[in-house]
Design a protein around this ligand. Structure first.
Ligand code: ATP
Ligand code: MG
Length: 426
């Protein structure tokens, strides 16, 4: 069952150190999960996770810096000397799952039981640093070679235990371009409704990880095929029924994102798939609707703001030719505007293909940036120095000076003061 793999595993010294300290204290310890899988896949490793026979109490005694993540589940985070955080989890067995998401009992156990409670065969590989061998109890290595995501044991039972695994299967399948094994796939389709029992936060985290893994279109199509999509995004499902054509355009827009590998924000993708749904509302209501959705999906405030901004402002590219210059530049000044330009490119593609507004904006953007980055020429203090009394008119005056500066009609502070004297001081 322990297999030697002819492929060097570059375990960083601080991770090595943690394993060694556990051995020295008399415990078993292995690298497990994503890091072993990704090492064998020849991919970059994100985090190193350790599974051990040491209990949380043991772990606390061995390492000076430990953060508790879930003591009852035996999950602790050890902070290495260089600040790297490594999850160190006690071998455990989970049983009697209640409500499709929480085990009612967790017992610390052996490596074999620990392997059986994991979700997919490719995620249940353990690496022993001492012998440089891999423990593969469920033919995960074969599945890795064949590019297959397969539930460990009986798929229906496993999804019944924890329904989040339904989406995790999609995440791994799309990220690695693996297929989902037939029985696992049938079980997902059959039990897709169970995803509704899972907390919004856990679903959100998986959905975010799916979107930022750069195969958004494949993921959406797979979620639909597995009947998960409608359970996660009911509002979109309704919009799709109403307008099938529009949805196909959205999918092809998602496809265009693929080469754009530095787009790390999952909100971008969410906004794109929600657009057909939100276009049903008048433009000035879209932001409000988006905020309500963001709240339901439990996005952060910052994410909610970006979501609302994108779906509302993308419509304005159609008005750029009739906007006053100052209004246009002020619109372009928004911190999210560069993202909006990328967003609108896809929106236009999925709507009517009209890119004229975007092309115009892109052309003037460098000049606009120079202008909207200028500091205000005058402030309220300057107006007071002119003998004016602070009041509501101040905002009007300062805005009007700012407009003219943006439009290049006022070139210096002196000109600005001159203008104020002439127009506002009697
Ligand atoms: P990634 O590189 O995306 O982080 P990962 O495999 O490390 O991939 P995590 O979500 O970080 O994925 O989980 C770490 C490991 O814990 C998994 O490889 C799997 O063995 C186990 N695991 C995580 N969530 C579940 C779950 N819901 N059910 C069963 N096992 C799970
Ligand atoms: Mg991980």
């Amino acid at each position: 069952m322990w297999i030697r793999i002819n492929q060097p595993f570059a375990v960083p010294p601080e991770v090595r150190n943690i394993l060694t300290k556990l051995y020295d204290a008399g415990f078993e310890a292995y690298l497990v999960g994503g890091c072993v899988r990704d090492w064998i896949r020849g991919d970059q490793i994100k985090d190193f996770d350790v599974a051990t026979s040491a209990t949380p109490e043991n772990i606390e005694k061995i390492f000076p810096k430990v953060i508790e993540i879930g003591r009852a589940f035996g999950v602790m985070k050890v902070i290495a000397e260089n600040g790297r955080e490594i999850e160190v989890a006690t071998f455990r067995k989970e049983s009697n799952y209640k409500d499709h998401r929480h085990p009612s009992k967790v017992e610390f156990s052996s490596i074999l039981e620990d392997a059986s409670r994991r979700d997919f065969t490719v995620n249940a590989l353990y690496y022993d640093l001492k012998t440089a061998q891999v423990l593969d109890s469920f033919e995960g290595l074969t599945d890795l070679k064949n590019k297959v995501i397969r539930a460990i044991g009986n798929p229906e039972e496993r999804f019944n235990e924890d329904a989040l695994r339904l989406i995790r299967a999609v995440r791994f399948a799309t990220r690695f371009r693996f297929t989902i094994e037939a029985n696992t796939e049938m079980a997902i389709q059959k039990l897709s409704h169970l995803i509704r029992k899972v907390s919004v936060e856990r679903i959100r985290d998986e959905v975010e990880r799916i979107f930022v893994s750069h195969h958004a279109k494949e993921a959406v199509v797979l979620l639909q095929h597995l009947k998960l999509f409608d359970c996660i995004f009911p509002e979109i499902a309704v919009a799709i029924l109403e307008k099938k054509k529009t949805w196909e355009l959205t999918l092809s827009a998602l496809d265009h994102l693929k080469p754009d590998s530095n787009l790390e924000d999952s909100v971008f993708y969410l906004a794109l798939i929600y657009l057909p749904t939100l276009r049903k509302y008048p433009i000035d209501q879209r932001a409000g609707q988006a905020l309500a959705i963001a709240e339901r999906l439990k996005l952060s405030n910052e994410q909610g703001k970006l979501f609302a901004y994108l779906v509302q402002e993308t419509a304005k590219f159609r008005d750029v030719f009739s906007m006053r210059e100052a209004t246009l530049y002020r619109w372009m000044k928004h911190e999210f505007f560069p993202i909006l330009m990328r967003f609108h490119a896809l929106d236009a593609l999925s709507f009517d293909g009209n890119q004229a507004g975007l092309e115009f904006v892109k052309r003037i953007y460098p000049e606009a940036k120079k202008r909207f980055e200028l500091k205000p020429m005058i402030t309220g203090d300057d107006l007071v120095k002119l003998g004016m009394h602070p009041g509501r008119q101040f905002t009007e005056i300062l805005t009007s000076v700012d407009d003219l500066m943006l439009e290049g009609k006022l070139k210096s502070k002196d000109e600005a003061l001159e203008y104020v004297l002439h127009h506002f001081v009697k």
